[in-house]
Every structure is written in C-alpha cells, then in structure tokens.
Design a protein around this ligand. Structure first.
Ligand code: GLU
Length: 487
C-alpha cells in the first residue's frame, strides 16, 4: 500500500436496478477504502441519455443506502473533485479530446454505421476477428474536408500502435494484451458523447483514484484505457479485477437464473446486513469456516484475495439460510420494527395491535421465518378470524384418539382456573391423565386444534399468547365441526 490513503470508486451506469454483482463491486471498493482508511467515491456514468435515467439513479442510491454502503464523495456529497455525474463533466472530456487530437493520438472517422457494419460482416465472412481496419486513419486534409462538406459528422478514434499492453493486476498478476489485435477504437462518438473508455480515464485521473477495483469483464477495457493514460501522459491507477458472480450452471449470473437485483431481495424480506454479509462471503469464508460476520469484522478482515480469481456461485438457499440465522438471533425490537411493513402488507391493522403482544408473537414465530415476508402467513394462527384447519391438521384430527384428546382439552380449558401464561403444563398434564394418551398422539391433535396447523411455534408459547377465550373457542369449533362427529 502506498503511503497515501487509497481512493477508490464505484461508477454505476444508471441503466437499470442495482445488480447483486455490481453491489458486490461496490462492497469490495467500500471495504477496501474503510479497511485502509481511504476514500470511497461514487460516480454516476450517465453519458448515454437514451439508456440512463434519473429514476434508476435514485433507485441505485437508495439500494446502496439500504445496504449501508456510504460514500465520502459523490452525489449529494461534494468533495472538491466533482462534479460526480459524467453528464456534468462533458467540458472536461472535450478538453482532453483536443489534447489528443493535437498530439495526433486520435483521428476523425467519418464511417457511417452501415459502412462499419458492412466491414464487420466482411471480416466475419473471411473468418477474421471483427475490428476497425483503419479506413479513416490516414485521410488527407482535403479528404476530411470533402467528408465534412457532405455533412458527415466524425467520431474520434484512438490510433493503436503495434506491440503489447502489459500491466500487473492486483488479483490476477501479470496481464498481457496484443495491441495489434484490437483495432482503433472510438473515444468520442459522432454525436459528441464520450465513450466509456475515454470518460472513465479522464475521471479516474482527475478524481485521483489510486485503485480501480471492478469485475473481470472489464479486463479488455483496461488494456484500452492504459493506452489512453499513456497518450494523455497520466499515471494509471492500480487495477484489480475480481471474479464475477455465477449462476448454478457457472455462467454469469443473470435474470434467467432468478432474482438478481438488490431491490428484489429487499422486497422479499432479505435483511440488508444479510445480503452484505453474503456478498462479502461469496466464494470464501471469514476464516475458520465462519459465515456470520458483522460489518466491522468484514472491514477489519478484508482482503482483496478473497475476491478470488475464479467465479463464485450465487446460492439463494444459502442466502435464505443466513437470513434465517439473522432473524433468529437479532434484537427483537428491531426485528419487530422491520417486520411492520410486511405485517401491514398482509392486511393487519398494525396501528391497533398491542406492541408488547406483537413482540411476543414475533418472538414465537421468528424461528420459522426465512424472509421477512413470511411473517404474514406465520402470524395467522394468532388471529381468530384467520384461524382455519389445514388439510394436514384435519388429517391429524381424524386419527384414533385425536378427538378424545380435543374433548379432554376443552374440558380442561373449561376448568382451568389459571391464566394462560401458566396454564399450559397443567392443562397438558390433565389431558394426558384423562385420556391416557402420551407423546405425539397427545401433542399433535392439540397443536392441530389450537393452531389449525401441524407445524409452528412451541405450544407453550402459543398457549401463553392466545387468550383462554380463543383456546376454548377453537377446541369447541373442532368438536362441533364436521370432524367432531367421528370416533
Ligand atoms: N459504468 C461502468 C459499469 O457500470 C463502470 C465500470 C468501471 O468500474 O470502470 O460497468
């Protein structure tokens, strides 16, 4: 590490919602900055007015904030190296384009889309690598004038020389590209919009970025960017290209694998610290096989090596499993707060629910929650108007002795002088005594009758939460219902 504090950046193009792969890139940069006491910059790459939108930008910022990935400089946080939207930096790209034109490093290209497409097709037909063959490379001044007189607007292409482009990648080691195979590339389009490779070099240089950490899909871009650094006389940053997230079939994670946007996981009720923990962990562990890790630990134990050379498979089951752990272990009050929107969405009048009662309900069911949105169905057993016998519960109640157990339960509930908090063990003992039934044969019909389900929270908790009233009604309903007539 240099003596100076590192400056890293995350540079999303707001063309869609934040993908977990990009969130992981942001996370690596953010952890790197926090680990080494450096700065994390957020830059919005919005030069393409057709594909980018403000709406997507807001959504990306919101998702980053939800993940607690905060930036030291960027939108809403001026830091002296702005502006932080490429749209507002066009004058800078103009300036450096002029420098490159003067130095002869770039030249105007008048080829139309149709001409370029024809060239590409021809190369493919001849089984050659499609690339620009340099038609406009050596036009004379008068040729250029003719083109301009025809009303053609030029794009600007970077003149690539022969030889190798070499650099040392912090994750991948020595990298080598054959410049001759690349073809002169566009740095400013005919509509005046700078191409990604050009804008990113100008920005990373002016924003004094020390390390560029991004996905390995940018490796060949890095080769082109290094040529621009050289032509502009800029010292390039250190590059680190991390592996990508893969789907189970080992291809790059995309929509066809399922959810890929941070927002989708958020809406489904994955906790932000879980997604962060999972993305930091992906493809490795925190040492000693540990998988649950706080943000502080993530930062203190951060190492770029963990980003790995080989791709990491995104396993949603594991993410769910981790979410369950956090839900079980987290602070109950905080969990309740986070569950409120999901409880509301399930149709409950949250404002009129007693908070202490609600916390007891949540504490009882949290062991069965995988995501926050599961709360809706898991809570149903505690509401008389949502209580219903499931098919499985009916099955249990049809078994031999089951109705005897429920009848004994009703009797014990009638006689119970206790508040429900203490009643459970007394009632169970009395039902066991009355019926001579024990174990599963005793518990299952009671669970089925009292909750309408065959799985759920521990019965003592259910008894403690439900009123004696509800318990009596439910037992009564089962007995007087269609199953009650049977023996
Ligand atoms: N806007 C680019 C992207 O989203 C940034 C790549 C880079 O980090 O240079 O892929």
């Amino acid at each position: 590490m240099t003596a100076d504090k590192p400056r890293v950046r995350f540079a999303p193009s707001p063309t869609g919602d934040l993908h977990v792969g990009n969130a992981r890139t942001a996370l690596f940069n953010w952890m790197f900055a926090r680990h080494y006491g450096g700065e994390f910059i957020l830059r919005i790459e919005d030069t393409d007015p057709v594909r980018t939108s403000r709406d997507f930008e807001y959504r990306i910022l919101e998702d980053l904030a939800w993940l607690s990935i905060d930036w030291d400089e960027g939108p809403g946080k001026e830091g002296g190296k702005g502006p932080y939207h490429q749209q507002e930096r066009l004058y800078l790209y103009d300036h450096y384009l002029k420098n490159l034109i003067e130095a002869g490093a770039v030249y105007p290209c008048y080829c139309t889309e149709a001409e370029l497409e024809a060239e590409r097709a021809e190369l493919v037909f001849r089984k050659m690598m499609p690339r620009y063959m340099g038609k406009c490379r050596n036009l004379s001044d008068s040729n250029r004038k003719t083109m301009t007189d025809q009303g053609r607007k030029p794009s600007y292409r970077f003149r690539i020389g022969a030889g190798q482009i070499e650099f040392s990648d912090l994750i991948r080691g020595a990298m080598k590209f054959d410049a001759g195979a690349l073809g002169d590339f566009i740095i400013v389009r005919s509509n005046g919009i700078p191409a990604y490779n050009f804008a990113v070099v100008v920005d990373d240089h002016l924003m004094t970025i020390s390390h560029v950490i991004r996905g390995e899909d940018h490796l060949s871009n890095t080769a082109l960017q290094l040529l621009i650094y050289e032509a502009l006389g800029f010292k390039p940053p250190i590059f680190a290209h991390h592996s990508l997230i893969l789907g189970k079939d080992r291809s790059k994670l995309s929509k066809r694998h399922g959810s890929v946007a941070v927002r989708e996981f958020r809406e489904r009720g994955i906790l932000p610290e879980v997604l962060l923990n999972y993305l930091a962990l992906l493809g490795s562990s925190f040492g000693g096989g540990r998988e649950v890790c706080t943000q502080e630990e993530m930062i203190s134990s951060f190492s770029l090596d963990r980003a790995g050379k080989s791709g990491a498979i995104f396993d949603e089951d594991k993410l769910n499993w981790l979410n369950g752990i956090y839900i079980r272990q987290g602070d109950l009050e905080r969990l309740t707060e986070r569950l409120l929107p999901y409880i509301r969405a399930a149709g409950h009048d949250v404002d009129n629910l007693d908070r202490a009662w609600l916390e007891r309900v949540i504490d009882a069911v949290r062991g069965d929650l995988v995501t926050l949105s599961d709360i809706g169905t898991q809570m149903d057993i505690f509401f008389d108007d949502r209580y219903a016998l499931s098919g499985e519960a009916q099955q249990v109640l049809r078994e031999e002795q089951a109705m005897n157990v429920v009848r004994a339960l009703r009797e014990s509930l009638e006689q119970s002088p206790f508040s429900t908090d203490e009643a459970y063990h007394q009632i169970m003992a009395s039902v066991a005594k009355k019926t001579g039934v024990k174990g599963k044969k005793l518990f299952m019909p009671i669970r089925a009758a009292v909750t309408g389900k065959v799985r759920g929270p521990e019965l003592d908790k259910v008894f403690a939460i439900l009123s004696l009233e509800s318990l009596r009604h439910r037992a009564e309903d089962v007995i007087s219902g269609p199953l009650g007539g049977r023996r």
